[in-house]
Design a protein around this ligand. Structure first.
Ligand code: COA
Length: 257
């Protein structure tokens, strides 16, 4: 049994199960740029420790799984090169989950917005507490979810994905279950117990069988779509609409103090 930390990620390993907890609850687990590298490193540790067979991704606290990318940090990014580097890093984080030989399950314990919803989409499957909610609200910021636009149509159907991207509406756990975004909904009080039980079941099976199953079922995002998404989001990040929306978010934060 061991617990280590990679920036805002706590990695706990026990009984062949690794739990990655996004641990920044005062900011609703919004993730900063360095999160994407920390995520890749934490996953790589699990993949090579010779013991871990299953990974759970969850959020700390009762309110949020993850409220997406840190919008304040967006406001500090300057120049296309920086924005492109950020987008590449984030996309590499999602891809690391998809390409991992380990099965990764999201245990969504509250809000999953923007990048948080995309993290749930990147996982092999997801369970959610009955008070969880999901949204892809990037359009409010003059953006679209670079990974979500590529993956959400597979997960929930094209029209539902477009609905979420174009309206930014939040849907509850039950609706998320109905559209295929999550595979099981449980009461909040038992979410982690249920996650552990599912993980223990999967971890009792042949690791090789699980890896082969995942690899055969996953269709990689083709490189051209991946590259196009990175370039398109980079351009959106540099747009005046996005700047105005990010500045408005930062101003509203300051207004609360
Ligand atoms: N980036 C940076 N900070 C964020 C954040 C994000 N994506 N989401 C939440 N936070 C911060 C808030 O600024 C606040 O910080 P503060 O206490 O220092 O002021 C803290 O987390 C709590 O959030 P708050 O807004 O006070 O809670 P709320 O219940 O009033 O609203 C949300 C919750 C999720 C509706 C609101 O925080 C929000 O809209 N966040 C942005 C979500 C988003 O658009 N994500 C996609 C980004 S691409």
């Amino acid at each position: 049994m061991s617990t280590t930390r990679f920036g805002d990620i706590e990695l706990h390993r026990a009984d062949h199960i690794a739990t990655l907890t996004i641990d920044r609850p005062d900011k609703l687990n919004a993730v900063q740029w360095r999160f994407w590298k920390d995520l890749r490193e934490a996953l790589a540790i699990c993949e090579t420790d010779g013991d871990t067979r299953f990974v759970i991704l969850t959020g700390a606290g009762e309110r949020a799984f993850c409220a997406g990318g840190d919008i304040v940090e967006f406001g500090e990014m300057e120049g296309l090169d920086t924005m492109r580097a950020f987008q590449l890093d984030a996309m590499a984080g999602f891809a690391a989950i998809e390409r991992s030989p380990l099965t990764v399950m999201a245990a969504v314990n509250g809000l999953a917005m923007g990048g948080g919803c995309e993290l749930a989409l990147a996982c092999d499957f997801a369970i959610a507490s009955d008070n969880a909610s999901f949204a892809l609200p990037e359009a409010r910021l003059g953006l679209v979810p670079g990974f979500g636009v590529l993956r959400a149509p597979d997960a929930m159907g094209r029209a539902m994905a477009k609905f979420m991207v174009a309206t930014g509406e939040r849907i509850g756990a039950q609706r998320a279950y109905e559209v295929g975004l999550v595979q099981k909904v449980v009461p909040a009080a038992v979410l982690m117990a249920e996650a552990q039980a599912l993980a223990a079941k999967a971890a009792s099976f042949s690791p090789l069988a699980l890896t082969v199953g995942k690899k055969l079922m996953n269709r990689q995002i083709d490189q051209a779509s991946f590259d196009y998404s990175v370039e398109a989001i980079t351009v959106l990040q540099a747009s005046p609409e996005r700047n105005a929306a990010v500045n408005a978010f930062i101003a509203s934060q300051k207004a609360k103090v």
